[in-house]
Design a protein. Structure first.
Length: 89
């Protein structure tokens, strides 16, 4: 997506574009729309603006009990990446 589109997309900043029957169709994004960013495998949600989930920092430090909590959080982050909620890297 571009804030300053050019060419056939001029005047359609923030809109979704699709090619159909030899012409571009433009649609305004609405809250609740989700798109897949194929370059990252991540879902993007529209809620007033396009938003991407960002993963929390990996845990570090602590005591022996904290090791279990860190492993659990790392597994959760991994699962969210696999689900496409967080980017792969």
């Amino acid at each position: 997506m571009s804030d300053t589109p050019t060419g056939s997309w001029t005047g359609h900043a923030g809109e979704l574009a699709g090619w159909q029957a030899g012409t571009w169709l433009f649609v305004t994004a609405r809250d609740g729309m989700r798109l897949l960013d194929r370059s990252t495998g991540q879902w993007i949600l529209h809620n007033g603006a396009w938003q991407r989930a960002t993963p929390p920092n990996s845990t570090s430090g602590g005591t022996v009990v904290d090791v279990e909590a860190r492993n659990t959080l790392d597994n959760l982050i991994s699962a969210l990446r696999i689900a496409g909620i967080f980017p792969a890297t």
